[in-house]
Design a protein. Structure first.
Length: 424
């Protein structure tokens, strides 16, 4: 048996349905971010920067892109003979096959993986948050309090607290009460979904709660441990942290990278964010191009204007085109004279010449109002928008669209085009 002080279990199997067409064909942790990275790069980089060299990544929904990206963990120095990174999908067992039905259920199904390392502590992470955190400091805090569970928590506006698990603590930060997404929150201290468990406590709770339908940490495991007298503490975190689970928060987090003094800095030498990088040519900026306050990915060719935007690798923006307040992921092409305003274009999207995206006034979505509720134009990967059409605000497009899909050359605000195979 191999002995590790602390191993990490990274939950990366979620569909991310609130990102709409961006996650129709890809798991949320594999969605591009910041012109160069994928969302899962941040917790993986935190692990290796914190000295955690054994990471199990639990995948389920559309795992191919995620598996390919992680590989054997070389970019994060996690290609180890002992430990390293291991992909943990659901698998068939002698008593049948089970998909992961909840966060804790997923961890329980990988009990054997954890037992193989006989850890003192297990770090539970989510694969869809943007932040930098030294887990070693959190572990020291856990030890100092002789805690059985430590929950990373941060203050949030009280009106937003109902979206999170909320903790109520005493003066020593010991948790007195834990409420999962309360309607009337009594505290502004929200759980970040980052937990350190002492191994015996976690193992016992997972085994005892294994038959709970959809077994979840916030709803089942932590309340069970708390009710049974476990020492549960809150580790208050005051740095940058963003749950990019909605289109608005995803767009905002990207835009925050290009502030004059960015709230989240990708350029710190002492805490690098690592990613799998393809070998591609350097970027090319034409003499006719105009770029203001933007990130431009390597291999991109810019002949038009880019203002306040995040441009991924290998993007082509043709002559006379204008991209403003937008995210354009890798491999996309913006045609000559096209205008793209406040849009999120997924990978390998084509926008035809002289088309206009983001015109008119906001209107409620007729497709999925819970997902689409901002001014954004959202376009799924490999989609094609023909030339000389107009697309309104709060719209969704997925698939290879034709001019006849746009009545009078317009997709009205709040409307959508989802071609065959694009429906979530």
């Amino acid at each position: 048996m191999i002995k590790k002080e602390m191993i990490a279990m990274l939950l990366a199997g979620g569909q991310g349905s609130r990102l709409g067409v961006l996650t129709s064909k890809v798991a949320k942790p594999a969605v591009s971010f910041g012109g160069k990275y994928r969302i899962i790069d941040f917790p993986l980089s935190n692990c290796i920067n914190s000295g955690v060299d054994t990471v199990g990544v639990l995948t389920q929904y559309q795992p191919l892109r995620l598996n390919t990206h992680i590989g054997i963990g070389i970019p994060w120095d996690l290609d180890r003979n002992v430990g390293g990174v291991t992909i943990l999908p659901p698998y068939e067992k002698s008593k049948g096959s089970d998909f992961y039905t909840g966060t804790a259920n997923a961890i329980y199904q990988n009990l054997e993986y954890m037992e193989n390392y006989n850890p003192d502590y297990v770090l539970i992470l989510s694969g869809d948050h943007i932040y930098k955190m030294d887990y070693e400091v959190m572990l020291d805090y856990h030890k100092a309090n002789n805690a059985e569970i430590t929950i990373a928590a941060m203050p949030v506006p009280l009106e937003e607290a109902s979206r999170f698990g909320v903790v109520i603590t005493d003066e020593s930060n010991r948790i007195l009460e834990f409420e999962e997404k309360p309607q009337n929150p009594r505290s502004d201290l929200a759980s970040m979904g980052i937990y350190i468990f002492s191994w015996p406590t976690l193992r016992d709770a997972l085994i005892r709660m294994k038959d709970e339908p959809g077994c979840d940490f916030g709803k089942h495991i932590i309340p069970y441990c708390h009710e049974n007298g476990a020492r549960v503490f809150a580790y208050e975190y005051n740095g940058y942290w963003k749950d990019v689970g909605t289109l608005s928060s995803y767009w905002e987090a990207n835009m925050e990278l290009i502030d004059i003094i960015p709230e989240f800095n990708l350029y710190e030498e002492y805490w690098r964010v690592y990613t799998k990088s393809d070998i591609i040519p350097p970027q090319f900026i034409s003499t006719e191009a105009k770029i203001e306050k933007s990130i431009i990915g390597e291999g991109s060719e810019i002949y038009g204007d880019v203002i306040n935007s995040v441009i991924g690798a290998g993007v082509v923006i043709e002559k006379g085109a204008m991209v403003r307040d937008s995210i354009v992921m890798q491999g996309s092409r913006i045609g000559e004279g096209a205008e793209v305003t406040k849009a999120i274009l997924a990978e390998d999207v084509t926008v035809g010449e002289y088309s206009q995206l983001g015109v008119g006034d906001y209107a409620p979505s007729t497709y999925d109002p819970k997902v689409y509720q901002a001014d954004l134009v959202t376009v799924g990967e490999h989609s094609v928008i023909p030339g000389r059409v107009k697309v309104g605000k709060n719209t969704a497009i997925f698939g290879e669209t034709q001019a006849e899909d746009y009545p009078d050359g317009l997709l009205a605000s709040g409307d959508y085009i989802i071609k065959a195979g694009g429906i979530r």
